[in-house]
Design a protein around this ligand. Sequence first.
Ligand code: SF4
Ligand code: SF4
Length: 473
Amino acid sequence: MTGSTTPIYRPKPAFDLLRVPGLGRLLRWRWGRLVFQLPLAVVAAVMIYDGLTGPKLAPQNLATVAAWVHYRGLVVLALLLAGNLFCMSCPFTLPRTLARRLSGHGRRWPMALRNKWLAIALFVGLLFLYEALDLWASPWLTAWLIVAYFAAAFVFEALFAESPFCKYLCPIGTFNFVGSTISPLQITSRDTQVCRTCVGKECVNGSAQVLGCGTELFVPQMRSNMDCVLCLDCVRACPHDNVALAARKPLAELTIAAWPRRWDVALLALVFAFTALGNAFGMVPPVYALESALARWLGTTNETLILALIFGVIYVALPVLAGVGAAWLSQRLAGAGSLRVVLARYAPAVVPLGFAVWFAHYWFHFASGALTIIPVLQSFLIDHGVTLLGAKPNWRLGAILPADALFLLEMGSVLIGFIASLAVLRRIADNTHEDGRMATRAMAPWLALLALIAVLAVALFTLPMEMRGMMAG
Ligand code: SF4
Ligand code: SF4
């Protein structure tokens, strides 16, 4: 028997980051976002410059080291500890005000594209290009990728009235949106009664002086971090100072049916988990054995075609088959809605484990090469006549953790992610079924899927992984 017992959960602003003395004031300040964006814009400019004109060897170039070692390690840490801090500081949206002026009241993003299908395609596409073009090994291509980001963000902001690039297209944003659903902070209203009587709803509509939410989220109805770029425009726009960046219960969002019950959103969660596995698989020896075997079977040496096959299966076919298969079995065993509803109900359970696999992988690279940035920076400055950080780069610098600790970190991350996913799964099943036996039956296929992802992750992390972006590699 099913029940409508899903609790309505909204974070209570018991802790509000925006009320922390000093920091809160900075975040609420009209130019507060610029304080975070400008340094990243400078970093992006230096990366583009070094990528186009600097050393051709990836481990010696700021573009590749900063993008593929540091950015990724720091972004998952920020998502875990605070939230979508990269989107908050995103330099690509810096020209937004200028673009907005150009667009005036530009056209609306087409109705047919108001979903996550394009975002999934671009996210998967970027991960595929990362492998097919060896982006991690090419400072030049990495620099052009950053330029392309700036151009795309500007063009879409200039053409459309809202911010479709962030919400419907950006692969970085897509990753951050899913990752931020496990983050401990969320935008919410301080007092719902104030919102009820609010006339202008400036948090979403904006006013003559300030922009409203670019991704068109309405603060009093927010139950999820999905699509929130943490720009805090809503905070600045609200005339009643009624927006909080509040602490919330761990994993709460994933257990309360906070996401729309749509195929695209549910499959995004599955793709997020399987791309974590696939991205790590691209760096271990079996991928080369598989490439050789496929080349022989198909009688081709076209590497792009072979990689498209391998990653097409891992990034697209497997998440769709595994997700829809688990939902179908769950529905057969316990009912409780259409296939779409069952898939959408349980898909959030894979997010903690998927995030854990991404975290383990990115931190493997970050912890093995974080200090590489010092000789790379030294070398960059020396090449430009500045010996501030020393006259000779110390290329032996690299790891911040020994190999044993790295292995423990990877295993620990997968274990914690698995336990967290189990907890979410149990809660969703219990919220759906009053009968405990039916809840167990409903969650059984998803439990098998989580176990499969965890076992594959452990197997991957026990294999030697390429040390990309480091001199040691
Ligand atoms: S502008 Fe402020 S008070 Fe009005 S609806 Fe938005 S958050 Fe609530
Ligand atoms: S709700 Fe909208 S305006 Fe507020 S921080 Fe999130 S994206 Fe920005």
